[in-house]
Design a protein around this ligand. Structure first.
Ligand code: ADE
Length: 237
């Protein structure tokens, strides 16, 4: 997968993709990530990337020209019906479709070239939304100052789903949410830590019993922390 991130804060991403699974996937050639400064595509002599909103109101709005120029530079067109197959252009914004595991799986499955536009919380000129983007994505019902942390979340959630990105092929299948449940608890050594003991069932090597215990704990945790997942009210796409 090729990933291009468009941002007005490129330094934000200096090291964030250089750890763990993403770093390994980069080194293995599974993903290639490039970060672009939107300001470099600004057309006027002051390199303006934002301006005041028409109609008044607080804050500044990201201007359309530099973003259109960046997309045209990357894809050769700003007509989304002419994007090469497998291209996703994502605007990160609190107005977007909530990112859930099924959306991550769908996007990881079909996207060969992912372009992410990091908005500012005040907004992005709506013509970007109307014309350029294929998905508007939110990482949750809260407002961030900008889309940069959200872009990191999207990259992480997608890259770990790419073939061979994880050490073991089965790990992503066992992730929380992959079956619509939260994960079961995990323990490692020591078996007795300050008098807190690892549940006996995990020590006895009976795999059927261990599976049963894990499923029960996963259900219990889901019931207690995320009842909506059991009631099918999570708005999955
Ligand atoms: N930008 C600001 N808030 C955001 C959110 N919750 N998700 C994605 N992008 C955002």
């Amino acid at each position: 997968m090729k990933i291009d991130v468009l941002t007005i804060f490129p330094e934000f991403f200096t090291q964030v993709f250089d750890f763990g699974i993403i770093r390994r996937a980069k080194n293995a050639g599974i993903v290639e990530i490039r970060v672009h400064d939107i300001r470099e595509y600004a057309v006027d002599k002051h390199k303006m990337v934002d301006d005041r909103p028409f109609g008044g109101g607080d804050g500044m709005v990201l201007k359309p020209e530099p973003i259109f120029a960046a997309i045209e530079g990357l894809l050769g067109t700003s007509d989304r019906s002419a994007y090469p197959p497998g291209t996703s252009v994502v605007l990160l914004s609190p107005q977007g479709t909530p990112l859930k595991q099924p959306l991550a799986e769908q996007m990881a499955g079909v996207t060969e070239h992912l372009i992410m536009i990091c908005g500012r919380y005040e907004g992005v000129d709506e013509r970007v939304n109307e014309t350029l983007i294929t998905h508007e994505v939110s990482i949750g019902d809260y407002v961030l100052s900008g889309g940069e942390p959200a872009a990191v979340v999207v990259v992480d959630s997608l890259v770990r789903l790419l073939p061979n990105a994880l050490g073991s092929e089965t790990s992503a299948l066992n992730d929380s949410f992959s079956e619509g449940l939260l994960d079961h608890p995990h323990y490692t050594r020591p078996a007795d830590f300050r008098g807190m003991k690892v549940p006996e069932v995990l020590l006895n090597g009976n795999h059927a019993e261990i599976e049963k215990w894990r499923r029960e704990r996963a259900l219990e945790k889901t019931r207690s922390n995320r009842k909506d997942l059991l009631e099918g009210e999570n708005g999955d796409t």
